[in-house]
Write a protein that binds this ligand. Structure first.
Ligand code: NAD
Ligand code: TYD
Length: 352
């Protein structure tokens, strides 16, 4: 049974939910949150746990590419790592693939090597990956199973697929206790407002246009963030080393349908929808088969898409200060303008 868990990327969207859930659900677990605090981090969210967490939570500002990871693992007597740390936005990966390779590939290999360097105990390593590694499905093809061919299209997806392969290689070559999860699109509170759902909600609340890439008929398989976190916890506690587990709530929807639902919840007009140029190499459809984790580990999602959307919209309504602070930052405005401009110069599929 795992006791001292190092969670990387714990100041990000999913990692922060994961840590809160792990501490609440397991009284005997201690967590070290290991995060380098990139633009996507929100360290204030969990900061109170250092005071009220009964000594079970510590934050460490550190980078997964650091040469000191093995020392840290030994110092904190870590017995499990859950790796959420990553560069995560597809649009950014199109403009700056190098930073994705640095964290998502080099960083993951560094973590794997550091875990192997620790001789006192065998460290269990859960690597959090994504459905995007399978690439785009055609409309009538079956959902992806864990053994499907990896066919990533964006630099983000390619970097995650590379890390998955390195993690598996560490298991096969060195016998490391590595497990991989691949989840579908998450949504919920504390998601950085560059991703579709929080961008849509915050733009709509400010009566700004909602940019819809291409025809808006791309399909994503949506899961409420809490369900993803519980699935990763099930893999951490009960998963078999060397295995890959798909995580999906089987809720595939075209983007336009989700966008219209959210506008309806908010009572905002559909006329806010603005079709813009398409994302280069935009994957048409993601959809996962998650029978394995359901049957082997007994996991099942608890939230329907409608329930999750209602909770999410409510949170963004009640926490406007949180996202307005991010949106008012210079770098956010610069980035939004910069990549839109670049995309506008592209003709379906290429950035010069
Ligand atoms: P996020 O962008 O909200 O947070 C990423 C966190 O990682 C940030 O706190 C950041 O500071 C930290 N980080 C980045 N580079 C780091 C580095 N070099 N060293 C240490 N920390 C670093 O991301 P998210 O949406 O919470 O995603 C978390 C993980 O889940 C990622 O691995 C992502 O690929 C995976 N995932 C995300 C989704 C989704 O829909 N968001 C779906 C499936 C899988
Ligand atoms: P996103 O949240 O960036 O996640 P991912 O690219 O990892 O799936 O995008 C979800 C979908 O929404 C994707 O098909 C791209 C589309 N999208 C838009 O149409 N407009 C936007 O402004 C954004 C950010 C995304």
């Amino acid at each position: 049974m795992t006791k001292r868990v190092l969670v990387t990327g714990g100041c990000g969207f999913i990692g922060s939910h994961f840590i809160a859930g792990l501490l609440a659900d397991h009284a005997d677990i201690q967590v070290v949150n290991f995060d380098s605090l990139t633009y996507a981090a929100h360290p204030d969210t969990l900061a109170h746990l250092e005071e009220v967490g009964g000594g079970r939570y510590q934050f460490l500002k550190a980078d997964i590419t650091s040469a000191h990871v093995a020392e840290i693992l030994s110092q904190y007597r870590i017995d499990s790592i859950v790796n959420f740390a990553a560069e995560t936005h597809v649009d950014r990966s199109i403009l700056d693939p190098g930073s994705f390779v640095r964290t998502n590939v080099v960083g993951v290999q560094n973590l794997l090597s550091a875990a192997r360097e620790v001789k006192e105990r065998k460290i269990r390593f859960v690597h959090v990956s994504t459905d995007e590694v399978y690439g785009s499905l055609s409309p009538d093809s079956p959902t992806s199973i864990e053994t499907a061919v990896l066919d990533p299209n964006s630099p983000y997806a390619a970097s995650k697929a590379s890390a998955d392969l390195l993690a598996l290689a560490s298991h096969r070559t060195y016998g490391q206790e590595v497990l991989i999860t691949r989840c579908t699109n998450n949504f919920g509170p504390f998601q950085f407002p560059e991703k579709l759902l929080p961008l849509l909600i915050s733009n709509a609340l400010e009566d700004k246009a909602i940019p819809v890439y291409g025809d808006g008929m791309q399909v994503r398989d949506w899961i409420y963030v809490v369900d993803h976190c519980r699935a990763v916890d099930a893999v951490l506690q009960k998963g078999r080393p060397g295995q890959i587990y798909n995580i999906s709530a089987s809720q595939e929807r075209p983007n336009l349908e989700v966008i219209r639902s959210v506008l309806d919840i908010l009572g905002k007009p559909h006329s806010l929808i603005q079709f813009v140029g398409d994302r280069p190499a935009h994957d048409r459809r993601y959809g996962l088969n998650s029978s394995k984790i359901r049957e082997d580990l007994g996991w099942a999602p608890s939230y329907t898409l409608d329930q999750g959307l209602a909770l999410t919209v409510d949170w963004y309504l009640r926490n406007q200060e949180w996202w307005k602070k991010i949106r008012n930052k210079d770098f956010f405005q610069y980035y939004q303008a910069n990549y839109r401009e670049k995309f506008a110069q592209t003709e379906a599929g290429r950035v010069s």
